[in-house]
Ligand binder design. Structure first.
Ligand code: TA6
Length: 293
């Protein structure tokens, strides 16, 4: 664990040299690099990296509320808290433990949290790098034997792309989506892939567990695999909206796309003692067929 501007970070390294850096602030992955040292996640040039503000970029954890759908601050409080290293990690099954490099973090509610969200939970997060440099995040939220509670969740993933107008998403065709730009009105996706020429802020509901994000210029495809997370949020603020966001550089909307594995349309309910598991696995592979798009 190393110190970055006064905040502790865990640094993971795969046998082939890929790296990931996880901040104990917000349990946020703030960097994921491939074995050539290329940064695969976006970080705003105006990012503020000091608690309690979540950093613009990386993968902020949205819990116990995604968006403004409840009474808490947008995207909940978890991303604005200091997490702890978990010295009693659960015995995970092989699929969550198949990597060599991982770190286990834990978040428990503070008195302040319990005042605004009176539910006793334990949130364990394992971030790991496979030997091939794939990044995976496994979240386990447990109801620590108190009354049932419900929450919504997202891995708010800022992918780094070369030019948003040259990016397409495959795997969300024909799905219904809730359009956050028009009071979460329900629409059906008509396109054969999703491309971008203006602000997009959508929750694709009941989406498949494998989605591809093709970056034409970099000839790179991000493959997003998820478990326990039925929805996929797609967001790019475009020029006008990004200028209203203080920690977003003016032209930087072109270099990022949020594709969030989420439980956003319907919240998850846990009875006393029950545990929910949500897994995100990211890989970045050369897209040979990129040229025929
Ligand atoms: O990704 C969906 C979204 O809810 C957008 O509506 C936008 O608000 C974005 O998250 C960023 O939220 P943040 O609180 O990180 O600025």
């Amino acid at each position: 664990v190393k110190d970055w501007n006064g905040v502790a970070h865990a640094v993971l390294r795969s046998p082939r040299g890929a790296t990931a850096r996880v901040s104990l602030h917000g349990g946020q992955v703030v960097s994921w690099k491939n074995d050539r040292g290329e940064e695969l996640l976006f970080t705003s040039s105006k990012a503020i990296l000091k608690p309690p503000k979540a950093m613009r970029g990386g993968i902020p954890i949205c819990f116990p509320q995604f968006g403004n759908t409840g009474t808490l601050e947008r995207h909940g409080f978890a991303r604005n808290k200091i997490w702890a290293l978990d010295d009693e990690p659960p015995q995970l099954n092989h699929s969550d433990n198949g990597s060599k490099a991982f770190v286990d973090l834990i978040l428990r509610p503070s008195d302040e949290d319990l005042r605004c969200w009176p539910h006793c939970f334990e949130f364990r997060l394992r971030v790991s790098l496979s030997k091939d440099g794939d990044l995976s995040l496994v979240s386990r939220v447990r109801n620590v034997n108190c009354k049932p509670f419900s929450f919504s969740f997202a891995y708010h993933t800022y992918l780094s792309v070369s030019d948003i107008s040259e990016v397409r998403i495959e795997g969300l065709e024909t799905l219904d989506y809730l359009d956050n730009l028009s009071q979460r009105e329900r629409h059906t996706e008509q396109g054969d892939a999703i491309t971008f020429e203006s602000e997009v802020d959508r929750v694709y509901v009941s989406s498949p567990n494998v989605i591809a994000v093709l970056d034409h210029e970099k000839k790179r495809t991000f493959v997003i695999r998820k478990e326990g997370l039925p929805d996929t949020v797609v967001w790019n603020p475009w020029e006008k909206k990004s200028k209203t966001i203080a920690d977003f550089g003016d032209e930087e909307y072109k270099q990022t796309l949020c594709v969030d594995a989420a439980a956003a349309e319907r919240s998850i309910t846990l009875k006393p003692g029950e545990e929910w598991r949500g897994k995100l696995e990211l890989s970045a592979v050369p897209s040979t067929n990129c040229s025929d798009h």
